[in-house]
Design a protein around this ligand. Sequence first.
Ligand code: 6GU
Length: 245
Amino acid sequence: MRLDYLTIFPDYLDALRLSLPGKAVEKGLLELHVHDLRSWTHDRHRTVDDTPYGGGAGMVLKPEPFGEALDELAVDGATVVVPTPAGRPFTQPLARELATRERLVFLCGRYEGIDERIIDRCVDEEISIGDYVLSGGELGAMVLLDAVTRLIPGVLGHADSAVEDSFSAGWLDCPHYTRPEEFDGQRVPEVLLSGNHERIRRWRLKQSLGRTWQRRPELLEDLELSKEQQQLLAEYIREQETDNH
Ligand code: 6GU
């Protein structure tokens, strides 16, 4: 997979070379190209923004630098993405969809945004990472990249790690424990020490469903639970109610 970033803060994206995406680059699974948008300006001040037509606060990123950059980078066939709070919500299914693309190009906006004519002519996806406002698209783009690259085959060490995460099945991940068996008077749940794989599987599934019910009940509405899943969730809810009385 090849990723291109157009940004006025190329240094910001150096952090991508750390951690998982950096390892994917080292392994040759990922090509990262960070471009300074100002390289495609022609005036002395390397101007990338201007005041908005119609007036109002803030500045708008001019279309020409993006237009020239996209021409030069030959983005035909690539998926061009703009991270923006006005975009479509980013979810695990969308991450999986983006992970199938051969090339993603991220246009990072600052200020009030990017001239809409670039969005109309060149952009395939506008994506939001949540209902809050960031000061620029760089952080959003980095979030998208992290979520997408960890799904590329070979990037994660353990083949199953991505399968069992929160949201992979549509519900939240279960709690995890490691040594020691007792920490600060708190014991690891006995079932995890039992060596009984079937009991452990059922306990984990029940915790996942129970947590989802408690924390994100709206996620359950979109799911068709199997008989076993319904039973485990009902048990969880019953236990919860006995605990509370
Ligand atoms: Cl992707 N970008 C910006 N600038 N703000 C956001 C966002 C993205 N997602 C939520 N808020």
